[in-house]
Design a protein around this ligand. Structure first.
Ligand SMILES: Cc1cc2nc3c(=O)[nH]c(=O)nc-3n(C[C@H](O)[C@H](O)[C@H](O)COP(=O)(O)OP(=O)(O)OC[C@H]3O[C@@H](n4cnc5c(N)ncnc54)[C@H](O)[C@@H]3O)c2cc1C
Length: 439
């Protein structure tokens, strides 16, 4: 069934592609304009040239959660088999100290339903003393009784101190989770949004707290299949087509790229918050949204790829590191067959931002070597710095809604999904919300 609405989607990241997929499926004539030469936005694969070798690397090692229900449903709809593209692991944290000792490990119990699986995990975890375990359990019980809601938002660190979480408990358990989920330093991270993620992961189906680690490069999992699906339903994808100008016309909107000007009845702006202001500033009706996004601050994510000899492995696919610049290390050999390649994540702001990439890679390699003494010298390294990887998810951060004061113009993107931090799931949910608003 064809529909006479002509929809333009500006931006081919997860939000724009999810909106376009839903609209194309319902028979709308949809066109995606993407400024760059590839789709995927902040969740994309890049080609890196290394010693005459072309290597495919993700712009950042992404982790998804079992609670990302809309992402998983969308992938299933477009024919992506979850079992082939993700390694699903029940929640498991292994924090390693620089002195090659495991300092903390927590594993949810596979054989128990939620939330008993986590209760068991806390009771049996290594690295916390008895009173710290009880403090963590008491907090979890309190959160359950309040349905993970708080009356007034405040920095997560403050909230945890108010709830008798010790410095060690914060350092070993809550801070790594906060950085992984919100990419914002714990002393300035929103408790409310953190608790939303905890609620969705730790309540309901026990699979919601699983980690889903990509086995293929991100583009093969998300943007390529979405693009194929959209085109199979008659949608159009235009790469290298940055929208330079958006204007309201009698019959809809005109969109201008370097090459063309075209008219659409509906527009979804699905660019990142860091790039949305020029669109918002161009229409007086979008003033409120502009006032909100102008207050946004951003946080970086650095991914340091270290290539070791092919036989090199880490003890687990995913290891946390404590008291180091490196926060998480992923063995890409075990994960996706890139033998000997280790991806190290450094989330949020820090002293590492001042370091030259080579010096940072060297420092991280030394940290890894102290934690895992069997590691030889890396053969090569590559640092990918995403300086504005996510918006800073701070307390009481205002979010613009998907529906705007301009009829038939909508905003999609991770920052518009008010429940979540900057995540693939937030982006995909925002795209679906915009598609549903159109009809
Ligand atoms: C290094 C890194 C690691 C991350 N790790 C995780 C993780 O582990 N788990 C998780 O869930 N999330 C993670 N995220 C966040 C996640 O990738 C983002 O939240 C999500 O991809 C955002 O999607 P989006 O569609 O909202 O925006 P974007 O991905 O930013 O997409 C916007 C698109 O709009 C295009 N565009 C901009 N201006 C124009 C214009 N004028 N005309 C046309 N096109 C335009 C851009 O080129 C881009 O493709 C990570 C992000 C980074 C950078």
């Amino acid at each position: 069934m064809m529909n006479n609405k002509q929809v333009a989607v500006i931006g081919g990241g997860c939000a724009g592609l999810s909106a376009a997929a839903h609209l194309a499926e319902r028979g709308y004539a949809v066109t995606v304009f993407e400024a760059s030469s590839q789709l995927g936005g902040r969740a994309r694969t890049v080609v890196v040239e290394n010693k005459d070798l072309m290597q495919l690397l993700d712009n950042g090692q992404h982790i998804l959660l079992g609670a990302y229900t809309e992402t998983l449903a969308l992938l299933e709809k477009i024919g992506v088999d979850e079992n082939q593209v993700f390694l699903r692991q029940p929640l498991q944290l292994n924090m390693q100290s620089a002195a090659a000792k495991s300092v903390f490990s927590l594993k949810s119990a596979r054989f128990l339903p939620a939330p008993l699986n986590m209760l068991w995990g806390f009771l049996c975890c290594r690295g916390l003393n008895f009173s710290e375990r009880i403090a963590a359990l008491k907090l979890m019980r309190y959160l359950k009784s309040t349905r993970y809601e708080i009356i007034s938002d405040r920095p997560l660190e403050q909230f945890l101190i108010d709830h008798q979480q010790t410095v060690r408990l914060i350092e070993l358990l809550w801070e790594p989770l906060c950085l992984a989920a919100l990419n914002t330093p714990i002393d300035n991270a929103s408790t409310r949004i953190f608790l939303n993620v905890v609620r969705d992961s730790f309540t309901g189906n026990k699979k919601y707290s699983d980690f889903l680690l990509p086995r293929l490069d991100l583009s093969q999992i998300i943007s390529h299949p979405l693009s194929q699906f959209i085109q199979s339903k008659g949608g159009v994808i235009k790469l290298n087509q940055r929208i330079r100008h958006l204007q309201v016309e009698d019959n809809g909107f005109s969109l201008e790229t370097r090459d063309e000007k075209s008219i659409f009845s509906h527009v979804i702006i699905a660019v990142s918050p860091a790039r949305v202001d020029r669109f918002l500033a161009s229409l007086p009706t979008l003033k409120r949204a502009l006032e909100i996004t102008q207050t946004y601050q951003y946080q970086p994510i650095y991914t340091i790829y270290l290539q070791y000899p092919a036989e090199t492995q880490l003890p687990t696919v995913m290891s946390g590191l404590s008291n180091t610049i490196a926060q998480w290390a992923f063995d890409r050999g075990q994960l996706c067959g890139q033998k000997g390649l280790i991806a190290v994540i450094v989330s949020a702001e820090g002293s590492h931002q001042k370091m030259k990439h080579d010096a940072l890679a060297l420092k991280v390699a030394k940290e890894l070597n102290r934690a895992f003494p069997h590691l030889p010298k890396p053969l090569w390294h590559k640092v990918i710095a995403e300086k504005r990887a996510t918006f800073a998810c701070t307390p009481n951060l205002a979010r613009p809604s998907n529906k705007t004061a301009q009829p038939q113009l909508f905003l999609a993107g991770d920052y518009t999904h008010a429940e979540y931090p900057a995540t693939i799931e937030g982006a995909i949910r925002s795209g679906i919300a915009c598609a549903n608003l159109i009809g």
